[in-house]
Design a protein around this ligand. Sequence first.
Ligand code: KMH
Ligand code: ZN
Length: 273
Amino acid sequence: MEKLIITAAICGAEVLKEHNPAVPYTVEEMVREARSAYDAGASLIHLHVRYDDGTPTQDKARFREVIDAIRAELPDVIIQPSTGGAVGMSNDERLQPTELKPEMATLDCGTLNFGGDEVFMNTENTIKYFGEKMISLGIKPELEVFDKSMIDMALRLHRKGYINKPMHFDLVMGVNGGISGELRDFVFMRGSLPEDATYTVAGIGRYEFPLAMAAIIDGGHVRVGFEDNVYLSKGVLAKSNGELVAKVVRMAKELGREIATPAEARKILGLTT
Ligand code: KMH
Ligand code: ZN
């Protein structure tokens, strides 16, 4: 079985210090959290950025500042900026970090309710626009799918030339508005992917570790981090993203799955450096 790529989604756009005081906002805090995840075994950082007061932003200059600071400490880690940003941002606002030509970026494959009155908008034309942009800049998309219909959309847009193969999916499961994170849902989602695709699973909240376990057994990859879940176990806040990564590493070791280095992760994902 392939080695396990662990992604750390260290910050997100919605989670706050009120939820867990270790959620990073400043550049220094972002570096601290990236390092803790890397040292524990993460090879890939899924990156949102904030201003110092915690406000989410897709500002290119802020992304550059955070990426440069992480790179200075962790030269080989894969950095994957979000193009999802936060609910309500415009397409061009969201796309700003792609101008920095990262190796990867997320590409969200459909619209979904996001709790309360929030709607995370990704129309077909938005997905095409983002897909074309990533192809033109040589960026590998991580296809964020929050439901089965979004896998179908990604496959349709691949056939139309907006997304290249080999495709890499992130099965985001348990968002309030998307598919839930039960094992039957995982089997359905995973079974709907093309044979030549790779995937990672991001279980939200209490689904994080059960779905990590399922993906480890299945040969998939795993995403954890404060963006998705702030608890190490029921009622126990994680002190760092690294603690969440370390738990996945322990689970993988018990199941005999080795952890990928960034170089090995690049090979598995077909990234060129
Ligand atoms: N913050 C969510 C609205 C992504 O990074 O591409 C979107 C999100 C997905 O987090
Ligand atoms: Zn994200």
